[in-house]
Ligand binder design. Structure first.
Ligand SMILES: Nc1ncnc2c1ncn2[C@@H]1O[C@H](COP(=O)(O)OP(=O)(O)OP(=O)(O)O)[C@@H](O)[C@H]1O
Ligand SMILES: [Mg+2]
Length: 212
């Protein structure tokens, strides 16, 4: 369950956008729409615990982000929040499988390669487990990013434009995978996008106004 109250997000002391209230029950998804510069990425970074709120509160499963600092926030994020960035954020010296094991380790969880391989199988890329991420196609890399976001069965999966660079078929596949993975751990998807193609999958939608 995600609960947001009187949230102000931004950089340094500059408030980019405000969200007075948002409540998502477990497994409920939300799409974040808005023009370029309206604050979608800033909001997602804040919901991911990577950027401190400038005001208000975020509670995930009853844990208030304002009470989580430094390594406690890092561990909480690793266990509860899966993040899919706009560009690939993998450790290039490690293989696909090693990147997933690192995500488990970083969250203070036991390294479970069976779970990682099963997830890669589910995503149709198990044959790439011993390859370096950059040697994969864009669509395959996207699925590795999804695997890394989902490996610790998070409570919320945050995605920044996860489908915008994909063709129609790959877009459908990725959306389908995200919905299935979220359902498997009763997680909420919070996706920011310009991509009109995925709107129909989301009952709850927020459109951010332009700040300037
Ligand atoms: N690291 C940063 N430091 C200072 N200001 C920033 C930083 N990142 C973004 N901003 C500012 O915050 C505002 C919102 O940016 P943000 O990246 O959240 O928009 P967005 O809705 O994700 O846009 P896009 O659709 O282009 O990705 C912009 O005015 C931007 O200049
Ligand atoms: Mg953005």
């Amino acid at each position: 369950m995600l609960e947001i109250k009187n949230l102000k997000v931004g950089h340094d002391e500059n408030v980019v956008m405000e969200l007075p209230r948002l409540s998502l029950s477990s497994g409920e998804h939300c799409l974040i729409l808005g023009a370029s510069g309206s604050g979608k990425t800033t909001l997602l970074s804040t919901l991911s615990g990577l950027l401190a709120p400038l005001g208000g509160e975020i509670l995930l499963e009853g844990h208030n982000f304002n009470d989580l600092h430094g390594s406690a926030m890092d561990e909480f994020r690793g266990r509860n929040i899966g993040i899919i960035y706009q560009t690939l954020h993998m450790v290039s010296a490690l293989t696909v499988l090693e990147n997933l094991l690192l995500a488990q380790y970083s969250a203070g969880l036991p390294q479970n390669s069976d779970k990682a391989v099963t997830l890669l199988e589910h995503l149709g890329i198990a044959d790439k487990k011993d390859d370096k991420p950059e040697t994969l196609s864009q669509g395959q890399q996207q699925r590795v990013a999804i695997a890394r976001a989902a490996i610790n069965s998070p409570k919320i999966i945050v995605g920044d434009e996860p489908t915008s660079a994909l063709d129609d078929n790959a877009c459908e596949t990725v959306m389908d995978l995200l919905l299935k993975l979220a359902a498997a751990s009763n997680a909420s998807l919070v996706i920011a996008t310009h991509d009109q193609r995925i709107k129909r999958h989301f009952h709850k939608q927020i459109t951010l106004g332009c700040a300037q």
